[in-house]
Design a protein around this ligand. Structure first.
Ligand code: CAA
Length: 395
């Protein structure tokens, strides 16, 4: 585990990224967040503006069109955006994850042609397509195939739960090489590769958007790939290394889901504090009752602890040291605590909290999925247990 001393004070440039995100969130996102949730409006214009602000390629080098501000700045930005609108936060976070994967593993063509368009918002969003009907937590069981053809591959299969899959100009699709069982090329036989599929590729069909409990402004769709052609230059990393590419991307993604959970919970907590000071019962504000103070104290402590875990993981990523377990711990703790904090906020609001009149109702629906996507809490525990057991064995 990463134990070196860490300074959680943001640098000048990290603070500037956070301030940019905060101002955009309060000026543009917050006023329309309830309407986006109510009508399921995808934030296309908002994504383009995030691109203009440099918030879609936060960890991407400047020569690829990114902001090169690093993972701490990204976590700070995601938290600010999620405080206003979780749907925009997930769309932005997944786009950043895809942009970083392209920057790290993409061919010269992918980096030169697609990355600047993705980072600037021209492509609206990026999508990450790993899950399938029979391969969710067991991601390695995916059945989509990639058959080698002249100049590239043809992809065939069905994908599920693709965030922004109907909106994105760039979709990273994981598929398994379709080679004869007796293939002599054992190195890549039956192994997974990550491919870049572009908007409108012939054979790519988008299914009906999911009717979700929360994050309703973000779109989540199934995809069908019917002999979709991709050139050799569309492979991310080496052929056969796609599972590693996916899990490496998810390590960073999990830090951002944790930051997103903290942002949503912070919004609910702040609303609960304000409400507790205003609402009078038994002749006094709710905030003067110890029962309510205990609830607020538990939420404040959990929020701080969750954010410290997020910062530890982001700092480790920034320093280039292993952070798989730190990311899993941050996601596990932050998402589980954020659900509790949002639930407590609804409780403090009482009956009003159960209505759409107050944003805590949306916060509770929005936060629930953070314990599920990019690896459930149960998968995070598996990842953490694997690492701590290996660490102790090597001690
Ligand atoms: N980074 C790089 N490589 C890694 C890695 C990591 N964090 N974790 C594992 N690997 C490598 C291993 O070294 C191993 O490599 P070799 O084959 O060369 O030895 C390979 O990946 C397989 O590792 P495991 O044997 O540990 O894999 P597994 O199949 O037993 O299970 C798992 C791994 C942790 C359960 C993994 O499948 C997992 O994380 N599942 C959850 C999937 C997930 O998060 N899905 C979310 C999809 S995205 C989404 O939610 C939608 C969205 O758009 C938001």
């Amino acid at each position: 585990m990463e134990t070196a001393a860490m300074n959680f004070q943001p640098s000048w440039s990290q603070a500037l990224v956070a301030k940019t995100a905060r101002e955009f969130a309060s000026r543009v996102l917050a006023p329309a967040a309830a309407a986006r949730d109510r009508h399921g409006n995808f934030p296309e214009a908002e994504m383009r503006e995030l691109g203009d602000l440099g918030l879609l390629g936060v960890c991407v080098p400047e020569d690829h069109g990114g902001a090169a501000a690093g993972p701490v700045a990204l976590a700070l930005a995601v938290r600010e955006i999620a405080r206003a609108d979780a749907s925009v936060a997930v769309t932005m976070a997944v786009t950043n994850m895809v942009a970083e994967a392209l920057s790290r593993f993409g061919s010269v063509d992918v980096r030169a042609r697609l990355l600047p368009r993705l980072c600037s918002g021209q492509e609206v969003s990026g999508s990450f397509s790993l899950s399938e009907p029979q391969a969710g937590s067991d991601a390695g069981a995916l059945a989509t195939t990639a058959s080698a053809v002249e100049g590239g591959y043809r992809l065939r299969g069905s994908k599920l739960w693709v965030t922004s899959g109907d909106q994105s100009g760039v979709i990273v699709v994981m598929a398994r090489h379709n080679v004869p069982e007796a293939s002599t090329d054992a190195r890549i036989a039956r192994r997974i590769s990550a491919f870049v599929v572009e908007r409108g590729a012939p054979g790519l069909t988008v299914g009906r958007p999911e009717d979700k409990m929360g994050q309703r402004g973000s779109s989540t769709v199934p995809l069908t790939l019917d002999d979709v052609f991709v050139p050799e230059s569309a492979v991310l990393g080496q052929p056969g290394q796609g599972f590693k590419v996916a899990l490496t991307a998810l390590d960073g993604g999990r830090v951002n889901v944790a930051a997103q959970a903290v942002g949503i919970a912070q919004a609910a907590f702040e609303a609960a504090c304000t409400y507790a000071r205003q609402r009078q019962q038994f002749g006094r504000p709710l905030a003067e009752f110890q029962a309510v103070q205990m609830m607020l104290a538990d939420s404040a402590t959990a929020l701080d602890a969750a954010w410290l875990l997020v910062m530890r993981a982001a700092c480790a990523k920034e320093r280039g040291v292993p952070f798989t377990a730190s990311a899993a711990m941050a996601k596990l703790f932050a998402s589980e605590k954020a659900v509790e904090i949002c639930d407590r906020a609804v409780q403090i609001f009482g009956g009003y909290g159960y209505t759409r009149e107050f944003a805590v109702e949306r916060n509770l629906r929005d936060v629930r999925v953070t314990t599920i996507y990019e690896g459930t809490s149960q998968i995070q525990r598996l990842v953490i247990a694997k690492h701590v057991l290996a660490e102790i064995a090597h001690a």
